[in-house]
Ligand binder design. Structure first.
Ligand SMILES: Nc1ncnc2c1ncn2[C@@H]1O[C@H](COP(=O)(O)OP(=O)(O)OP(=O)(O)O)[C@@H](O)[C@H]1O
Ligand SMILES: [Mg+2]
Length: 334
């Protein structure tokens, strides 16, 4: 199931609660697909990145090679926000009177910490990564942040599109209003100089705002298309067979479904062995109860179980072993 998804989709999102094994699953899938000759990119969208820790090397906001056929990238929302605000500042300073430049700086400083700025920056960067890397890679795997955040992110393109749409409509109205006013202001002189007047700075500013908004809307619409396209994209939820991860998984599944994102599979990771002593056997019995809850709640979503390993998943060797476990679990599925 999991390897089939990785083999047939172009984009995978791996989500789930903290510490369940999202980064390990994302990287192991990449390693497995790269072995099959694919070019795979793993992108961490969690501000608390751990892709670098797992691979034992520094990964930053630039694509780096992790293994033959596997590259990695850790999105840096602060950098994206800085770049975005710098671009907005440049445009605003160019179009506003000189004496307001202090006001512009103050406004941008406030915008940096405004609610939503960070999320919008991550989303914009995801859209950007998809636009720029899908051409060079056969598969892009997004290793996402723990649950709540990701579900919101998935429904954000819609919200952002609607919001931009509203701004554009408002801008349309004010542009028409402005044009009418200018028509009244300039009326008597119009045409006197043979039509060679300088371009109106207000019209230029309106035009620029419109251009920026339209570019953003197109970008979010494209992202929305990719996220909700079942033929290209799947979302995989990783969980532990414990009470809270199970409840959160059911909730996340509901949120994603409402946002138009299909959950392609569930990975129940770190299953305790039945034959390694009384303590672990008892844990396993307890896990079985939680597993039954997920199966009852989400009977149609394919599910695999991965065993608890005796050691951590680290480096290429560790990931290859983990990928072998995924292959075994996939083959065992009825
Ligand atoms: N099946 C497994 N058996 C043993 N250890 C595992 C297994 N899967 C993952 N781990 C270990 O569990 C820890 C958490 O894994 P990982 O970093 O992949 O989780 P995560 O969901 O990405 O966490 P975070 O939410 O913090 O990003 C790591 O130390 C990893 O090596
Ligand atoms: Mg992680």
């Amino acid at each position: 199931m999991l390897l089939e998804l990785a083999g047939t989709k172009k984009v995978l999102f791996i989500g789930g609660k903290g510490g369940v094994g999202k980064t390990s699953v994302a990287s192991a899938l990449a390693v497995h697909q790269a072995r099959a000759g694919k070019r795979v990119l793993v992108v961490s969208t969690d501000p608390a990145h751990n892709l670098g820790h797992l691979w034992g090397r520094r990964v930053g906001d630039k694509v780096v090679s992790l293994a033959p056929g596997v590259s990695g990238l850790e999105i840096d929302p602060a950098r994206t926000t800085d770049e975005h605000l710098a671009a907005v500042g440049h445009t605003m300073r160019r179009l506003m009177p000189e004496h307001l430049s202090g006001e512009v700086a103050k406004h941008l400083e406030l915008a940096r910490d405004a609610p939503g700025t960070h999320e919008a920056a991550i989303l914009e960067r995801i859209a950007d990564v998809l636009e720029t890397t899908l051409g060079d890679h056969d598969l892009v795997v997004f290793d996402t942040a723990p649950s709540g955040h990701t579900a919101r992110l998935m429904s954000l393109p819609e919200t952002m599109s609607a919001w931009t749409e509203g701004l554009l409509r408002r801008q349309d109205r004010s542009e028409r209003f402005g044009a009418a006013l200018r028509g009244l202001d300039d009326g008597p002189e119009r045409g006197v100089m043979g039509g060679s007047r300088r371009r109106d700075p207000r019209a230029e500013r309106d035009h620029e705002i419109r251009r920026v908004l339209l570019r953003r809307r197109t970008r979010f619409e494209r992202l929305r298309e990719v996220i909700s396209d079942e033929t290209r994209t799947a979302f995989v939820i990783v969980l532990a067979a414990e009470r809270l991860p199970v409840l959160e998984t059911i909730e996340l599944h509901g949120q994603l479904t409402r946002a138009g994102v299909r959950v392609g599979g569930l990975v129940v990771n770190k299953r305790s062995p039945a034959d390694a002593g009384h303590f672990l056997a008892e844990r396993r019995t307890q896990e079985d109860v939680h597993l039954a809850t997920v199966r009852d709640a989400l009977p149609k979503v394919p599910l695999i179980e991965l065993p608890l390993l005796s050691g951590d998943v680290v480096g290429l060797g560790g990931l290859e072993k983990f990928a072998a476990e995924i292959l075994r679990a996939d083959n065992q599925r009825p």
